[in-house]
Design a protein around this ligand. Structure first.
Ligand SMILES: NC(=O)c1ccc[n+]([C@@H]2O[C@H](COP(=O)([O-])OP(=O)(O)OC[C@H]3O[C@@H](n4cnc5c(N)ncnc54)[C@H](OP(=O)(O)O)[C@@H]3O)[C@@H](O)[C@H]2O)c1
Length: 438
C-alpha cells in the first residue's frame, strides 16, 4: 500500500536532531504503518553546512537558511531542535502564521513564551507538541494530558535534571566534593561546559513550569518559581542525610494548596525508602499523586540523543495523524481548553511549612548550641535532632539540626540572626525535607 507523504522541515541537527533523523530512517516502514503516512524530512537547517555529522544525509537536504523551511509550501510540519530561544520563538510564530505545525524540544522556549505560542497556534489552528521538553524519553506530558485526565493532580515531584542527579549520586556514593564531581560529569559528557543552567536548577525549573501548566491548567509566570541549585551541597550533608535515613535529590515540586500553587526547585531530603530515592545517576523520574489514581511514577532516560528523539518522533506521528485526519488541536497542548486556563497564583516560598535540615558552621565553644537553640525557639522552631560529629574546641565544626515543621519565613529570619553570632563562621546551609511516598 502506498502511503501519502508528509514532508517535514527540521531545524537543528545536533544531539537531538541527528537522533530524530536516525529513527525516521531506521523505522521508516514501521512509522508509515503507525502514522498512516510516509514521514520524510525534506529539509534540515543547521548553522554550518561544513560541520561533521553523526548521520549522513543528501547534500540537497542540508541548508543554513531557516526561511527556506518557512517558504516551502510542501512542508506542513516543522521540527525545532536548535535550542536558541530567540530564534526558536521567531520560527514558531512565523510557522504558525504560515499554517505549519510545530514539534519542539525546547523547554526554555515554552517556559518563557509558552502563553504567547499556545495562543498563536490556536488562532492559526495548528498543533504545537513538546513532549521532549520534559523528561527526555519519558512520555510524562502525554500521560498527564491524557492518561491522568480523570484526576486532580495533588502533588508532583520530579527528578528532571540528569546532570544534578548524576552529581548528587556520585557525591553520595564516592564521597567526592561538588567541584570534583562536576569536572568528572563534564569529562563523561553528562554536564555542559557551562553547567550553570543545570546545577543552578534553571533547567529543572523550565521543565517544572511546563508540568505545572499541564498538571493544574494554568499559565505560569516563570520568575515566580522558586529556584535553588545544588552548588552548596557538600559530601558532609550527604553523609548526614544518610545517617538520618534520607537521600538528597534536586526535586522540582508542585502541589495545590487551596487557591495557591506551589512551584519550587531545590535540593530536597527524601526518605531513603521512597521510590524517587532509588533514581540514580543521569536518570529522570516523575512521581505524582492523583486523587483517584493514587500514587504513580514514570522513570527513564531524561536526556541524550535517542531517548529525546524518541519523544520528538512520538510528537511527529501525532501531528502526522492529525494532518491526515484534517484536524488540529484536538488535545489542547496544556490539557485544558484555552478559555479555561488562568494565571497561576504561585505561593511564595516563605509560606512553605515543613521540616528542615540546618547545618551551622560554628566555632566549637561551650554554649554555641544553646545560643542556636535559643534563637530557633524565639522564632517558634522546635528541634527534632542534633548531630555534631567532631569536637574540636576553638575550631570551626559543622553542627547539624533537624527541625519539626516550621514556616520558611521564620526559618530564614532565625538563620539570619544566627549567622550574625560571632561564633558562626559561614552562611548556614538549609535543606528542606519532604515527607511523602514512604
Ligand atoms: N540534548 C538533550 O539531551 C536534550 C534533551 C531534551 C531537550 N533538549 C532540547 O533540544 C534542543 C536541541 O538540543 P541539542 O542538544 O540537540 O542541541 P545541539 O546539539 O547544540 O544542536 C543544535 C543544532 O541546532 C543548530 N542551530 C543552533 N542555532 C541555530 C540557528 N540559529 N540557526 C540554525 N541552526 C541552528 C546547530 O547547528 P550546527 O550543528 O551547524 O551548529 C545544531 O545542529 C534544545 O532546545 C534542548 O534544550 C535536548
Amino acid at each position: 500500500m502506498a502511503f501519502p507523504k508528509i514532508k517535514i522541515g527540521m531545524v537543528g541537527l545536533g544531539t537531538v536532531g541527528s537522533g530524530v533523523w536516525k529513527i525516521l530512517h531506521r523505522h521508516q516502514a514501521l512509522l508509515s504503518q503507525r502514522a498512516g503516512a510516509k514521514l520524510e524530512i525534506s529539509k534540515v537547517i543547521v548553522r554550518s553546512k561544513k560541520k561533521k555529522r553523526p548521520v549522513r544525509l543528501p547534500a540537497k537536504v542540508l541548508n543554513s537558511n531557516i526561511q527556506t523551511v518557512l517558504d516551502d509550501p510542501e512542508i506542513k510540519l516543522i521540527v525545532e531542535v536548535m535550542g536558541d530561544v530567540r530564534a526558536s520563538r521567531q520560527l514558531a510564530l512565523k510557522a504558525f502564521r504560515a499554517g505549519k505545525h510545530l514539534v519542539t524540544a525546547n523547554k526554555a522556549l515554552l517556559a518563557l513564551h509558552g502563553k504567547e505560542l499556545f495562543q498563536e497556534a490556536k488562532k492559526n489552528r495548528v498543533d504545537i507538541c513538546f513532549e521532549a521538553a520534559v523528561g527526555g524519553g519519558i512520555p510524562i506530558l502525554r500521560a498527564l494530558r491524557e492518561g491522568f485526565v480523570g484526576n486532580r493532580i495533588d502533588s508532583l515531584y520530579g527528578i528532571l535534571n540528569g546532570t544534578c542527579n548524576y552529581i548528587l549520586t556520585e557525591m553520595s556514593e564516592r564521597k567526592t566534593s561538588f567541584p570534583e564531581t562536576l569536572k568528572q560529569a563534564q569529562k563523561l559528557g553528562y554536564a555542559e561546559a557551562d553547567p550553570r543552567f543545570d546545577v543552578g536548577g534553571i533547567d529543572a525549573a523550565h521543565k517544572l513550569a511546563i508540568l505545572v501548566s499541564i498538571a493544574h491548567g494554568v499559565f505560569v509566570d516563570f520568575p515566580k518559581i522558586f529556584v535553588e541549585g545544588i552548588q552548596g551541597i557538600t559530601p558532609f550533608d550527604l553523609e548526614c542525610a544518610d545517617r538520618f535515613g534520607f537521600e538528597i535529590k534536586l526535586l522540582a515540586i508542585t502541589k495545590k494548596n487551596g487557591d495557591k500553587i506551589q512551584a519550587r526547585v531545590h535540593p530536597t531530603m527524601i526518605s531513603k525508602d521512597s521510590m524517587l530515592a532509588a533514581v540514580k545517576g543521569v536518570n529522570n523520574a516523575v512521581f505524582l499523586e492523583g486523587d483517584f489514581v493514587g500514587e504513580g511514577m514514570l522513570y527513564g532516560r531524561g536526556a541524550g540523543s535517542e531517548p529525546t528523539a524518541s519523544a520528538v518522533v512520538g510528537d511527529i506521528v501525532e501531528v502526522a495523524r492529525n494532518i491526515l485526519a484534517k484536524v488540529a488541536y484536538t488535545v489542547p497542548p496544556l490539557g485544558t481548553h484555552a478559555a479555561h486556563i488562568g494565571n497561576a497564583a504561585i505561593e511564595p516560598i516563605g509560606e512553605w511549612r515543613g521540616p528542615y535540615y540546618l547545618r551551622f558552621q560554628a566555632i566549637d565553644r561551650p554554649g554555641v548550641l544553646a545560643q542556636i537553640a535559643k534563637i530557633l525557639s524565639e522564632f517558634g522552631i522546635s528541634i527534632s535532632a542534633v548531630h555534631q560529629q567532631v569536637r574540636e574546641e576553638g575550631r570551626e565544626v559543622p553542627i547539624v539540626v533537624l527541625t519539626h515543621d516550621a514556616q520558611e519565613k521564620s526559618v530564614v529570619k532565625a538563620i539570619a540572626k544566627i549567622n550574625r553570632l560571632k561564633n558562626i563562621r559561614r552562611a548556614t546551609t538549609l535543606i528542606r525535607i519532604e515527607e511523602f511516598c514512604q
